[in-house]
Design a protein around this ligand. Structure first.
Ligand code: NDP
Ligand code: DGY
Length: 327
């Protein structure tokens, strides 16, 4: 009997093709995510799931309890804050993610947001589209100079390092903060360690690349935004809840900081009434970090490779909870 798999999102064909002869699978093809009831129903009969971040597809205690036969949760993402890994481990369920293949795509987008916010590109585009471009003037839509400015990276992991490499090409001065120092990277990337407070107080651009965890939830709130320079720009491509979005909206409205570039939000999709949408000094993309054709295909191959390995009793290459194997 082939194992039963639920693929909770419409992953590229390259991944689905790998499943054809190996699993009896159900795939959710709608662009909107499945409703929670249907998701749980599918989990309840699955041996393995290709999971995604999202409000209705969280692999929390409820979903893990529903998955009576579940052996592996293979996330189609590198971030795994939507999965209760500890509880999955307790239940003997393998958990995997897709590290590395989306590093460049996400860093490209983060650096793109930095440029957009610094040089007020989305404001300029909106001005043109509204028919409001009437003159060229030496004071029109002036932004921040990127070359020679400082970038503070919060979380010098895979994507943080790729961001630093891009910033070097733009002659930026590089700083990072995190729980641990990385002396080998300091040398290789020409980046210096600063305390979190010093990053906030001195950097022209601050880009967040740490995972969402209990420790990083609301890492940037009112107090931290008030510590930043009023010319500073905050970039977030990690997870929305790392920044207190209400505080950020106030900071942008009252100009405690100059701008922001965001790919991730506390609530996704965002409510049409969200106050951020009323603000000009912000560049936004709808969680597009890994959205290149090649990256999404590589993620599919990786997620399905992990899934099949787990279902075949092998050690999945990107296993997050090897403790399960010792049980
Ligand atoms: P990595 O694990 O390689 O890097 C995360 C880094 O964050 C590590 O260096 C880690 O270092 C650091 N970190 C962890 N906790 C803290 C903390 N409390 N304060 C400061 N730094 C911390 O992950 P990736 O770079 O591959 O991905 C990072 C995140 O980006 C993902 O978790 C995901 O949420 C997000 N992402 C978003 C995408 C998008 O579409 N917008 C696409 C891909 C990823 P240490 O452990 O030493 O502290
Ligand atoms: C991730 O991988 O964590 C992203 O958010 C989805 O690409």
């Amino acid at each position: 009997m082939l194992p039963r798999v639920f693929v909770a999102t419409n992953i590229p064909d390259i991944g689905l093709d790998m499943l054809l002869t190996k699993a009896n699978f159900e795939i959710w093809r709608d662009i909107e995510p499945p409703v929670r009831e249907y998701f749980l129903e599918q989990i309840s009969i699955a041996d393995g799931v290709v999971a995604i971040p999202g409000a209705t597809t969280k692999m929390d205690r409820e979903a893990i309890d529903a998955g009576k036969n579940l052996r592996i949760i293979s996330s189609y993402s590198v971030g795994y804050d939507h999965i209760d890994v500890e509880y999955a481990t307790e239940k003997g369920i393998l958990v995997t993610n897709t590290p590395g293949v989306l590093t460049d795509a996400t860093a490209d987008l983060a650096f793109g947001l930095l440029l957009m916010a610094a040089r007020r590109m989305s404001e300029g585009e909106r001005l043109m589209r509204s028919g409001g471009w009437r003159y060229w003037g030496p004071r029109m839509l002036l932004g921040q100079q990127v070359a020679g400015s400082s970038l503070g990276i919060i979380g010098l992991g895979r994507i943080g390092q790729a961001m630093a490499k891009r910033a070097r090409g733009f002659d930026m001065k590089l700083y990072y903060t995190g729980r641990n120092r990385r002396p080998e990277l300091e040398k290789e990337l020409g980046i210096s360690f600063l305390s979190f407070e010093n990053i906030l107080g001195t950097c022209d651009f601050i880009s967040i690349h740490c995972p969402l965890s209990p420790e990083t939830r609301s890492l940037i709130g009112e107090k931290e935004l008030k510590m930043m320079k009023d010319t500073a720009i905050l970039i977030n491509t990690s997870r929305g809840p790392v920044v207190d979005q209400k505080a950020l909206a106030r900071a942008l409205k009252e100009e405690w900081i100059a701008g922001a570039g965001l790919d991730v939000f506390e609530k996704e999709p965002m409510d049409p009434e969200d106050p951020l949408l009323q603000l000009d000094n912000i560049a936004m993309t709808p969680h597009l970090g890994s959205a290149s054709v090649k990256t999404r295909e590589d993620m599919a191959t990786m997620a399905v490779t992990n899934l099949l390995a787990g279902l075949e009793g092998k050690v999945p290459p990107n296993l997050l909870n090897p403790e399960v194997l010792k049980k």
